[in-house]
Design a protein around this ligand. Structure first.
Ligand code: SAH
Length: 342
């Protein structure tokens, strides 16, 4: 059955249910093996690193799952200046990072002009690096302006492809069709585009996951970001259970098999729910890790969920730790832009 997925790059609703619920450990190990072999065909034993710069914790949105939602009055808010962002890049470049990911809440304080200016400055100083933006839903004009300024990639998780599920996770003023359209536009403009979702978010079912996978197949993104949902104490979902390691690993493997060349991170959230989560993610088909380059004094203020790891570590420690972790399972963190090879 697995070989069938690998060859057809598709999965049926029934196969998905079986893969996600089976207790046959040998089957699951075979799933992971096939997924990591597939990743190896494209990327060998190389793991791409992205330097994550969380530049603002202000957000105008109020997503029920997220710790930096505007309704969370306990959240500590900060913004990085352009100079601070450039310092993060300098530290990162010296450590071998060749991709910088600028992520933040949807913060109107960073106008299009400001974002473009930051992107231009990074690309001017580090022409050998890729810049990824992860700053939410914008207009086509804004996305075009960032692209012209030099942004290479854009991450915008769709969160769920199912309308009813989307409504359970987001307040009324947000819309799934708008978000899906943003992804379509990003791809049209020419960004290496990433969608994705949380595993185990409240209301998620095998059916909604199946829709997520069909959405991925249709969009054909260059990147897919998935990680477990982890409750945050100051959100409406504080009492909801977290997504599991097992479910996340199985979904990573399925995504690798249906979209073989995809850039697939083993996320910080995965590392948060299990001490070896990111290693296990790579062994289930992931090929990207995203250590944090944000200044240490703001790290614990960018809290999307509780118990986030590495909030006290300097960038150099994070890089060294990640290299050692990957080496321990036979992989090598490389100094490379890490573009899509699919
Ligand atoms: N404002 C940007 C960046 C969002 S943060 C945007 O809208 O795209 C990046 C991702 O973190 C989100 O897309 C979401 O999937 C994830 N996230 C948010 N809250 C989370 C939680 N409680 N547990 C796990 N992941 C979470």
């Amino acid at each position: 059955m697995l070989l069938k997925i690998q060859n057809t790059e598709s999965v049926s609703r029934e196969e998905l249910e079986m893969i996600l619920t089976t207790e046959d450990e040998a089957f699951v190990q075979e799933l992971y093996r096939q997924a990591r072999e597939t990743a190896r065909e494209y990327y060998g034993n190389q793991i791409y690193i992205r330097g994550l710069i969380e530049f603002t914790s202000y957000c105008k949105n109020n997503c029920y799952y997220c710790g930096i939602r505007c309704g969370n009055k306990n959240a500590q808010r900060y913004r990085l200046t352009t100079d601070q962002i450039m310092e993060c890049c300098e530290t990162g470049w010296n450590l071998g990072f060749r991709t910088f990911v600028l992520q933040g809440g949807e913060d109107p304080c960073y106008t299009d002009e400001k974002i473009c200016q930051i992107v231009r400055q990074i690309k001017e100083k580090y022409p050998d690096c890729a810049v990824t933006l992860s700053i939410g839903e914008k207009s086509r004009e804004s996305y075009e302006a960032y692209f012209e300024a030099g942004a290479d990639r854009y991450l915008l998780r769709h969160e769920t492809a199912n309308e009813k599920h989307y409504r359970k996770l987001h307040p009324e003023e947000m819309s799934l069709s708008y978000r899906k359209n943003c992804l379509k536009i990003l791809k049209e403009i020419g960004y290496q585009t990433g969608c994705g979702f949380m595993v185990g978010s409240p209301g998620q079912t095998i059916d909604t996951l199946y829709e997520d996978l069909m959405f991925i197949k249709e969009l054909k993104p260059q990147m897919v970001g998935i990680g477990p949902f982890i409750p945050h104490q100051d959100t409406p979902f504080k009492a909801e259970p977290a997504g599991t390691l097992e479910m996340t690993l199985r979904l990573l493997a399925v995504i690798r098999l249906i979209q073989p060349g995809v850039l697939l991170p083993a996320t910080t959230a995965l590392g948060t729910i299990h001490p070896k989560g990111r290693e296990k993610g790579v062994l289930a088909g992931a090929n990207v890790v995203m250590p944090n380059l944000s200044p240490v004094d703001v790290r614990d203020k960018y809290k999307l969920y509780d118990n986030k790891i590495c909030t006290g570590d300097e960038a150099a420690e994070c890089k060294a730790c990640m290299s050692a972790r990957m080496k321990s399972i036979g992989y090598e963190v490389v100094t490379d832009r890490g573009d899509y090879k699919g």
